[in-house]
Design a protein around this ligand. Structure first.
Ligand code: ATP
Ligand code: MG
Length: 561
């Protein structure tokens, strides 16, 4: 057994192993419905299920919960598999579909009917809702509740044979219309849907409901601990009821945990699908989406996501996690592993007038300040350079430490320069700066004066042109998903800014898609998975360098200590 990060689920499992429950086995599953792409909330469940299995030398299955053919399709199945592998987990040959069990589920439903535990009901969906009662009023028995077994069996077989239209009949469990738990008021087990299914084609026109399917699928796969989110707590009595009636060889244990919610984010497949369908984002993998495909494209690393899921832990209390915490986990991982480079996003040309025209100096800078093993890169220095427009101000705000008219600044890894003259075009726009350099300042402090600012730069003749996409939060409100609200009202109109003609240092030639860099003083960037080519580089801003979460945690610790 490997080192166990403790959470309440692991405590339950340890106790179960001690008592030899489930013969001491641990077998979990991740059960996505293939009706959309996975999001960061799913990552919490994936990490929990797979690492719980790993921790106790058990197994974890992948099972598609595909009982609702309308919204499901095979594209989602493939994307889900790719995402889970990318996150770093493997289900080996244990890939299942609830639809694999449709025959078995049908047989078991006939058994329930034969045992007088289920009946065919002719109430329309509207009537059924009315008969169901409310939280304060008991339900009413369906007029079909006492239908004889033989008649139920015959009708159920005719449902299967396609003799009825959608919604004409349903198969319901016979439990208790007075139950305070609405899920126990004779829940529907099967409904008629004349729909082609992505796995079973047109074989079926009746489909089993989630609550009936999930527990049986778990039992058939020998799952020991069925981990699901808190909203299923009220479904647990039904989960257990179905298994108890059928006497299957194993009875898995459902344990609920709190869903992950993150501020500034919507996290339901339905809403994410809407964003895609309404064209508010470029697709499920738009880098602003909280989907795993989007986060990958944005430049998130699998380890950052796994570390984040570790850090938030597993509890039974619903809460909202600060997105800054997710970004903190990302920065920690990127800081360690990303090589540094210089990229000028809003180029302004400068000419070092006292530097010879044909001179090139090849400077060597470390790829990582703390990790010499990552090596060095070569950077040419010449008379003409680009700096960032934002690093020059004619009328500097207070505290401005970069370049000003007549002022000095250090070029990263090179000389201290002084701005001597601002050159403008006929409209008064600044076109370039003329500067001089202090030849004694390379690798040395300037004599007799302090120069505080350091700015990045790229040689004009050697620069690589690139498109850079600056991403920001998709929503500008902490709770875009508030009850009674409409998240459309909170869409950030500035969530994407495309910069063309950015200048990269020449060491970034032959950049590969998904390569990650820290562009000094700007942030972490990734070469776009789809649009980037070495000839036409396209980079996405993954995250800026400003770590508000890390800072606030430091303060908390300082206060506590
Ligand atoms: P959504 O509401 O976003 O559509 P879902 O629960 O319907 O999510 P499923 O595909 O059914 O999506 O989820 C697969 C598994 O992932 C389930 O066990 C579910 O409990 C879990 N899961 C989904 N969202 C979250 C979340 N935000 N936090 C933790 N687990 C989640
Ligand atoms: Mg679901």
């Amino acid at each position: 057994m490997s080192e166990t990060p403790s959470n309440f689920i692991h405590q339950i499992i340890r106790e179960d192993i001690k008592n030899n429950k489930h013969e001491g086995r641990v077998h979990t599953r991740f059960p996505p419905e293939p009706n959309g792409y996975l999001h960061i909330g799913h990552a919490k469940s994936i990490c929990l299920n797979f690492t719980t299995a790993q921790t106790f030398d058990g197994l974890c299955n992948l099972r598609f919960d595909d009982t609702n053919p309308e919204k499901e399709n095979a594209e989602y199945v493939e994307a889900i598999k790719e995402n889970i592998h990318w996150l770093g987990f493997d289900w080996e040959d244990r890939e299942f579909f609830a639809s694999l069990y449709f025959d078995r589920l049908y047989e078991l439903a006939e058994k329930l009917i034969e045992d007088g535990k289920a009946y065919v009901c002719s109430l329309s969906p509207e009537q059924a809702r009315e008969y169901r009662g409310t939280l304060t009023e008991p339900g009413k028995n369906s007029p079909d509740r006492e239908r004889p077994v033989a008649e139920n069996l015959e009708l159920f077989r005719r449902m299967k044979a396609g003799e009825f239209g959608d919604g004409e009949y349903s198969l319901r469990a016979k439990i208790d219309m007075d139950s305070p738990n609405m899920n126990m008021r004779d829940p529907v087990l099967y409904r008629i849907r004349h729909q082609t299914h992505h796995q079973t084609g047109d074989k079926w026109c009746i489909y089993p409901m989630y609550d009936y399917t999930h527990c049986i699928s778990d039992a058939l796969e020998g799952i020991t601990h069925s981990l699901c989110s808190l909203e299923f707590e009220d479904h647990r009595p039904l989960y257990d009821w179905v298994l108890d009636q059928l006497g299957l060889p194993s009875h898995p244990q459902q344990i609920e945990f709190a869903r992950l919610n993150i501020n500034y984010t919507v996290m339901s497949k339905r809403k994410l699908r809407q964003l895609v369908e309404e064209g508010l984002v470029s697709g499920w993998d738009d880098p602003r989406m909280p989907t795993l495909a989007g986060m990958r494209r944005r430049g998130y690393t699998p380890s950052a996501i796994r570390n984040f899921c570790d850090a938030i832990g597993v509890t039974r209390t619903n809460s909202v996690v600060d997105v800054a915490m997710l970004e903190h986990a990302l920065r920690e991982d990127l800081d360690q592993h990303s090589p540094r480079a210089m990229a000028v996003l809003r180029p302004l040309k400068i000419v070092i007038t006292d530097y010879p025209e044909d001179k090139i100096e090849s400077l060597r800078l470390p790829c990582h300040p703390k990790n010499p093993e990552m090596g060095e890169r070569e950077i040419p220095f010449r008379r003409e350079l680009y700096i960032d427009r934002n690093d020059f101000e004619e009328v500097p705000p207070p505290g401005f430490k970069r370049l000003i008219s007549g002022g000095e600044v250090r070029l990263r890894g090179a000389y201290v320069i002084k701005c001597e003259e601002v050159i403008r075009d006929s409209r008064g726009e600044i076109t370039e700066l003329h500067c001089t350099h202090d030849a004694a300042t390379i690798g040395a402090k300037p004599e007799g004066r302090k120069v505080k600012g350091v700015i990045h730069w790229v040689s004009v003749a050697d620069a690589i042109d690139a498109e850079v996409r600056l991403y920001d939060r998709l929503f500008n409100d902490e709770n875009p998903d508030r009850a009674g609200g409409d998240y459309h009202d909170f869409i950030n109109p500035e969530s994407l800014q495309v910069l063309k003609g950015c200048k990269l240092e020449p060491s970034l030639q032959n950049l590969e898609a998904e390569a990650r860099y820290q562009f000094e003083r700007e942030g972490y960037f990734v070469a776009d998975r789809h649009d980037h080519t070495a000839e036409k580089p396209v980079l996405n801003l993954t995250v800026t360098l400003r770590d508000t979460w890390g800072k606030s945690q430091q303060k908390v610790q300082q206060k506590a200590g």
